[in-house]
Design a protein around this ligand. Sequence first.
Ligand code: SF4
Length: 311
Amino acid sequence: MHYTGTIWRPPYEADSLLLEVTAGCTHHNCKFCTLYRDLPFRFRMFPLEDIESDLLEAQLLCTDPIARMTARLRQLPQPEPVRRVFLTGANPFVLQTEKLLAIAERIHRYLPSVESIGCFARVTDSVNKTDEDLAQLRQAGYNGLTIGAETGDNDALSFMNKGYTARDILTQCRRLEAAGIEYGFFYLTGISGKGKGDAGAKATAEIFNQLHPFLVGPNMLTIYPDSGLYQEIRRGAWQEEGELEKYRELRTLVENLRISTYFAAMGASNEFQFHGKLPEDRDRLLAALDRILSGEQEDDLRDYRRNLPHL
Ligand code: SF4
């Protein structure tokens, strides 16, 4: 399989076939972001021939009797038919509809067991697609996108150069919903800055409550020296929330989300990982956050973040 640079995927895509379709990010401009910095280019789509050769390799692994025998001899699990493919890169959904359809056609041709195709997406990736395009993409298997919406706080979105507004989140996600394309949101705890976490969480809940994400997955802002945000802090233009404030912000978010969704703090940026269904598990989630808020010290939480080598 071809893979270029660090491959990022959501924790819940662990069982998906990671198919290299793109690398990097078309936007590459969010102040806090240091992902995809190991690439010598901003964004690239790989040739269809490379994608096909990876699909052929995956097909062989699943069906080739020698591969099955080798797995048995090595006491490895038998290769299972691939049910889901996750396309690599920060926003492969930005690709033109014809390209995405061509990729889906190859996926289904080589791996007929595939039921759905997911990827990371930016809020803006659907702007240049018509509603008919989106319906066609859904028909071709695209479903379960992970969108780094981050927040519904317009000031934070603008300061961080996210490249869209809270209104855009509503408009574009409603279009995805109309096409039947399900999506989950990543939320960035701490993005609003010191003293603004509570208001940022309320603004976010107000936006998310008008939509139907299957997941709200908070990540905690972790600032690295090679980020634009680090420079903003150094010149006194922005202040980071304290660690306890970040947990208070999360508490406000859980309290204010009124939709039916799965809330899951996963990944290394969250020192404490917890998850549950909303609204059913709201009290349990709030109790977990209260235990952190009453039992943890700012300095200890800070040490965890300081020692996080990368996300
Ligand atoms: S869109 Fe995502 S990957 Fe691209 S710069 Fe922003 S946070 Fe980073």
